[in-house]
Design a protein around this ligand. Structure first.
Ligand code: TXA
Ligand code: MG
Length: 311
């Protein structure tokens, strides 16, 4: 792996794109200080230029150089959860240029914990801009194979770190207004953050900065997908006949050829979610039916991704 890491860092320095594993999902990385490299990233993902991208670092002190002020509460959260599945949005310093912030006055910063991501970021020694390594608006990639399916032609190198441990994108906490606002729920939950900070965290409001994960239909399979309450699943399957694929908690129904049974516990569910959506998407069915997860805030992050996938 060491030689591969050195090669990956050389590619980044030369303005190329490298896909790498993180504990959440795979990222497609570019030198965050190079307008040309970041432009390549946006072209590869077919991502609109006004959407900001998260910049990744090996440690907090380097990340915070990209912010012009770091509120005490943000420092506390970083101390507790970095390296880990958390992104902080802070007011940007002059290092964060318009081409990574989408012209906004804030910057998304993240210090991932995955050992391959850590090795790459340490070797590169500077910020790596990295959106999830999927085609714009498709489900994120949680394996090197997913990255190749979506972006084979665009990444000079795909570092393989196995299946992503968490499986859904990082929690995004925005401090740019001074008060903490949750822009994207994730493995680190809002109640957990509220306990640490000893204050309420607002849910994203109308004035929150633009972010593409906030678009209504996102992380979506190509096959039309619907969330279905448990009690209605049986009738929906009967209505669709053979042309339906199902993501559910119960054992497969023999009428259905494409059925994936999901764990009844949110972390296990999140870990398998995108691979399952990609698999059912490739079954060539007319519809994907997704059984609604149970009530409860521990399902917030999963429910958020399911709602977007079913748009
Ligand atoms: O887990 C993750 O965060 C993964 C891995 C690769 O680190 N990355 C990821 O990046 O999910 P991406 O670009 O697919 O989603 C990042 C989200 C987008 O919705 C983006 O618009 C938002 O974060 N974002 C980035 N910078 C922002 C900022 N300054 N203000 C508000 N939202 C921001
Ligand atoms: Mg994404």
């Amino acid at each position: 792996m060491n030689e591969e890491i050195r090669r990956a860092a050389r590619i980044l320095r030369a303005g190329g794109l490298v896909a790498f594993p993180t504990e959440t999902v795979y990222g497609l990385g570019a030198d965050a200080s190079s307008a040309a490299a970041v432009a390549k990233l946006y072209a590869a993902k077919r991502r609109p230029a006004e959407h900001p991208v998260i910049v990744h670092f090996d440690e907090a002190s380097r990340a915070f150089e990209w912010a012009r002020e770091v509120p005490e509460a943000a420092r506390l959260v970083a101390q507790r959860y970095w390296p880990g599945p958390l992104t902080l949005v802070l007011r940007r310093s002059s290092l964060a240029q318009d081409f990574v912030t989408g012209g906004q006055d804030s910057i998304g910063l993240r210090v991932p914990s995955h050992r391959v991501a850590q090795a790459l970021l340490r070797e590169f020694g500077a910020g790596v801009a990295a959106p999830s390594a999927n085609m714009f608006s498709r489900p994120s990639a949680t394996s090197a194979a997913h990255v190749r399916q979506d972006l084979a032609a665009h990444a000079a190198l795909v570092l393989d770190g196995g299946a992503s441990e968490i499986g859904i994108e990082s929690t995004i906490l925005d401090f740019s207004s001074g008060r903490p606002v949750l822009l994207r729920p994730g493995h680190i939950s809002a109640p957990e953050l509220e306990t640490l900070l000893g204050r309420r965290i607002e849910a994203k409001g109308e004035s929150a900065p633009r972010h593409s994960g906030g678009l209504e239909r996102h992380y979506a399979p190509r096959t039309p997908s619907r969330l279905v309450p448990t009690h209605a699943l049986d009738a929906e399957i009967a209505r669709h006949g053979e042309k339906v694929a199902v993501l559910a908690f119960s054992r497969p129904d023999e009428r259905v050829d494409f059925w994936i049974r999901m764990p009844r516990e949110p972390a296990g569910y999140a870990k398998r979610l995108y691979a399952a959506l990609r698999e059912l998407d490739s079954a060539g069915c007319e519809t994907i039916l997704i059984e609604q997860p149970p009530q409860g805030s521990e399902w917030d992050a999963v429910l958020d991704r399911l709602q977007r996938a079913t748009g």
